[in-house]
Ligand binder design. Structure first.
Ligand code: HPA
Length: 293
């Protein structure tokens, strides 16, 4: 059998864990073993691409493309704008594994399903996770297609991927959340952006369940509690990463402006268009950041 990430005492934990956790851990391990045996890959970096942000894949020297439906226990994508593929290859001189299409809680998945791929990537050996998403801009200084480095979040989702029996092999029962977004990665991203004249905001991301967008009163509320942007993803993956001690860098692309006074109607097409405009900069930042790791 192929050796997986040695920092995880898989076999012992699998034996010792009570039923529920053992089942989930066994599924994660099985998916990781399947991918390892198909690809022989040792990815150092995992990447999760958000709505309208999948063209980074074109920069990858692709070694393997694996449909989610081929991977044991992997959930399947339902959102039309997402393609469900795991891509293994080289980017910025490093081995990477990229999720083209992520899972959202609003699609009906459980939180454990939403974070399943991130846990599998960790078992494959990734040492950093890069995440992009489309988000509504709450901060009045933000414009369409601006980029925001997430430096903290407010989790307003109604469930948590760590709820239930703790999977001891992955992390502790009460994970620390003082630095869910790696300050080191943030600093590196800011340096790259500065040197290349890419404008970045830095702010707080609030995660909501969706799938509806928010009312004016809700946008006002989110701004009041300290959020700069709002979206329906990312936080579950970040919580699971923090649980496993995996450093994260996450970028929001501002795809709509959430003014509580002057709120305009917005369609998914407009969200995707605003995301697409910012895509080259996100791809550049991720690629250059990977070179520094
Ligand atoms: N609200 C929630 N999620 C979003 C938004 C928004 O305004 N824009 C993009 N994702």
């Amino acid at each position: 059998m192929t050796t997986l990430n040695p920092s995880l005492p898989l076999s012992n934990a699998t034996l010792a864990a009570p039923n529920e956790a053992k089942t989930e851990l066994a599924k994660i391990t099985e998916a990781a073993h399947y991918l390892k045996s198909r690809t022989q890959a040792f990815p150092q970096v995992g990447i999760v691409l958000g709505t309208g942000l999948s063209s980074l894949v074109e920069e990858i020297k692709v070694a393997h493309t694996i449909g989610y439906e081929e991977i044991p226990h992997f959930p399947l994508s339902t959102v039309e704008s997402h393609q469900g593929k795991l891509i293994f290859g080289e980017l910025g001189g490093k081995e990477v594994v990229v999720m083209q299409g992520r899972f959202h809680y609003y699609e009906g998945y459980t939180m454990q399903q939403v974070v399943f791929p991130v846990r599998v990537m960790k078992l494959l050996g990734i040492e950093a996770l890069l995440v992009s998403n489309a988000a509504g801009g709450l901060n009045a200084k933000y414009h369409l297609s601006d980029l925001m480095l997430i430096h903290d979040h407010i989790n307003l989702l109604p469930d948590n991927p760590l709820r239930g029996q703790n999977i001891e092999a992955l992390g502790v029962r009460f994970p620390d959340m003082s630095e869910p977004y790696s300050l080191d990665l943030i600093q590196k991203a800011k340096t790259i952006a500065e040197e290349n004249h890419i404008f970045l905001h830095e702010g707080v991301y609030a995660s909501v369940m969706g799938p509806n967008l928010e009312t004016k009163a809700e946008y006002r509320y989110l701004r009041t509690i300290g959020a700069d942007a709002v979206g329906m993803s990312t936080v579950p993956e970040v919580v699971a990463a923090a649980h496993m001690g995996l450093p994260v860098l996450a970028i929001s692309v501002i795809t709509d402006l959430c003014s509580s006074e002057n709120l305009k109607k917005i369609t998914i097409e407009e969200v995707i268009q605003a995301a697409t405009q910012a895509e080259p900069n996100v791809t550049f930042l991720f690629t250059e950041l990977i070179k520094t790791l």
